[in-house]
Design a protein around this ligand. Structure first.
Ligand SMILES: Nc1ncnc2c1ncn2[C@@H]1O[C@H](COP(=O)(O)OP(=O)(O)OP(=O)(O)O)[C@@H](O)[C@H]1O
Ligand SMILES: [Mg+2]
Length: 180
């Protein structure tokens, strides 16, 4: 996994500007490894919003995040497309893995007991197809991870954006682990 471009966090007065890093994944294992690196450095609570087309690697990255959080049975990490939410409780903190793809209307999330996973005190929430969930959160409350197609079928461009200090720290660690 090679970093293409990195912008450091910067301040404008007291305001912390978003930090953004752009990575190239050349294989499924690159994407998985990125997830592990992210998981290792997450504090609780954390929220990750994963956006990208079908098959772009959101669930694969989530498997890595789960391992990075010391999860023990990666096989159980599967797309919660039908159940909407999977809960993994064998890692160093509770993990909520959510997939909103099948929600008919984005605002149907209001009928779910959504705050239960979005505003966890001691857990990590990973959302695939976050849809209306973004409107419930402030930009500094989540780490945004976007997947874009690359030049060949095994390539992905992955853009990570951190709005808040907590996630700046995670990206700084991820960036230094990618260059080592
Ligand atoms: N560089 C890459 N990174 C991630 N996945 C890759 C890459 N190259 C090929 N793949 C393949 O793409 C697929 C990604 O599947 P995955 O279930 O993670 O996608 P997803 O984004 O969760 O899809 P969905 O929107 O259907 O939930 C896997 O089969 C994986 O092997
Ligand atoms: Mg998926």
């Amino acid at each position: 996994m090679r970093e293409k471009k990195a912008l450091s966090p910067s301040r404008q007065g007291n305001k912390i500007l978003p930090m953004r890093i752009e990575l190239q994944s050349h294989s499924p294992s690159d994407t998985h490894e990125l997830g592990v690196r992210i998981g290792k450095h997450l504090d609780v609570p954390s929220v990750l919003l994963l956006e990208g087309e079908l098959g772009s690697g959101k669930t694969l990255l989530t498997k890595g995040v789960y391992l990075g959080l010391d999860g023990r049975d990666e096989e159980q990490v599967l797309s919660p497309s039908y159940t909407l939410v999977h809960h993994y409780d064998d890692a160093r903190c509770p993990i909520f893995h959510v997939d909103l793809y099948r929600l008919e209307k984005p605002d149907a999330i209001y009928s779910l007991d959504f705050e239960e996973f979005l505003f966890q005190e001691n857990g990590v929430t990973v959302l695939e197809w976050p849809r209306g969930a973004k409107d419930l959160l402030k930009p500094e409350e989540y780490l945004h991870i976007e997947f874009f197609p690359g030049e060949n079928p095994e390539n992905r461009k992955i853009v990570l954006t951190a709005g808040g200090q907590q996630y700046h720290k995670v990206l700084t660690e991820v960036r230094s682990s990618c260059s080592s």
